[in-house]
Ligand binder design. Structure first.
Ligand SMILES: C[S@@+](CC[C@H](N)C(=O)[O-])C[C@H]1O[C@@H](n2cnc3c(N)ncnc32)[C@H](O)[C@@H]1O
Length: 358
């Protein structure tokens, strides 16, 4: 294949994503075309089946699922815009050399960096690429060949980013290995490993992930989502406060916890929901319902049992995530949407107990 043609297509669509602001039709057209291009070249599409990898720090989703992330249009656009801006800012700080990037958790398409190779030059940008799944690395090699972008790429590692030792300084380290409420995937463990190894002034992307708690009214939430065609729908939530925020300054697991008080009367707002906000870089942010990473997650229903306060904590390990315990209850709630029974977490504990007993 003549590399000119695919590279021109990639460039056209990357420029469109970077410049289309909130025009979702243009955004969708460009990610759809990028998906056609990437899936044709790599042979990996969203319908294939490859193994997920279960790490001590969480689950690395399969290459097909990782490919699917590209199609989350606003996520892809906001990350690409933030990373593009971070590269321009770092280049302005050091005009005489390329900006060095470590991209940890590339997936099969390198979605958050490879498109930027088509609008920048190797004198602007050099990237090391890392993924735990060898399938992702093989796929990236096909893209590098098809687009003839080898000059942008330094090292390629098949490794676990939550234990990886950085050999070289990077100006920007990128990892999007998360789901809503930081559940299941190892985003926090990767940040805890890589950020302390970064030189001062280097940027980690996303810069900040915040979790906020609200009490909600199920009917208001439903009506707001489904019946607001031009009508004013009365809508309220009770803000309980910030559960925690993960960023460069606030990283250690012991700091990712909080106890939030509840108001006396919960009757109209019985459902506890957690909201995930992401500051990718500078003004580029993702908030409620912008993509799957920001879907509100139900944690508890106070119609089942009342409480005065809820204790929240983040747990690292094979199934990382936020756990909570309403005060006075012995129930630990760990998985959004399936309350009050701690199903997933309970299964995990049972599995651990069986392994220990054997
Ligand atoms: C959610 S996908 C994101 C893919 C791509 N970066 C994007 O944003 O579209 C996460 C990717 O990170 C990889 N991954 C997850 N945990 C990892 C770890 N601990 N070390 C290295 N790669 C990891 C997975 O294999 C998967 O390819």
């Amino acid at each position: 294949m003549n590399p000119e043609q695919p590279l021109i297509q990639l460039r056209t669509n990357t420029r469109q994503i970077l410049s289309c602001q909130s025009d979702f039709l243009l955004m969708k057209q460009s990610v759809d075309r990028m998906y056609q291009l990437f899936s044709t070249i790599t042979g990996i599409d969203i319908s294939g089946y490859q193994e997920e990898i279960f790490l001590p720090s969480g689950k690395a989703i399969s290459p097909s699922a990782a490919a699917h992330c590209l199609l989350e249009l606003k996520r892809t656009a906001v990350f690409l815009r933030g990373i593009h801006q971070a590269i321009l800012d770092k280049k302005a700080e050091n005009p005489g050399r390329p900006v060095k990037i470590l991209y940890a958790g590339t997936g099969p398409y390198g979605t958050l960096v490879i498109p930027l190779f088509s609008v920048l030059s190797p004198a602007d940008l050099q990237a090391d690429l890392l993924d735990i799944n060898p399938c992702s690395l093989n796929s990236l090699k096909k893209l590098i060949k098809a687009f003839d972008i080898g000059e942008f790429v330094g090292n390629m590692y098949t490794d676990d980013a939550s234990t990886f030792e950085m050999m070289h300084d990077s100006d920007i380290v990128i990892s999007e290995t998360m789901q809503a409420c930081l559940k299941n995937e190892p985003q926090v463990a990767i940040m805890q490993n890589l950020i302390p190894q970064m030189k001062s002034g280097a940027v980690f992307i996303p810069e900040e992930i915040s979790i906020d708690a609200y009490l909600t009214n199920p009917k208001m939430e439903h009506d707001r989502l489904f019946y607001n065609e031009g009508k004013e729908i009365p809508f309220e939530r009770i803000a309980l406060g910030n559960v925690f925020t993960v960023n460069r300054e606030n990283l250690e697991t012991v700091r990712l916890r909080n106890t939030l008080s509840l108001p006396g009367k919960l009757d109209s707002f019985p459902e506890l929901k957690l909201f995930t906000g992401i500051r990718v870089y500078g003004d580029e942010t993702l908030g409620e319902n912008d993509c799957s990473l920001n879907l509100p997650q139900k944690y508890y229903d106070f119609r089942v049992q009342k409480a005065d306060a809820v204790r929240f904590w983040y747990e690292t390990g094979e199934i990382p995530g936020i756990r909570c315990r309403p005060e006075g209850s012995s129930t630990i709630v760990s998985r959004p949407g399936k309350y009050p029974r701690p199903d997933y977490y309970q299964l995990y504990l049972e599995k651990q107990a069986t392994t220990t007993n054997n």
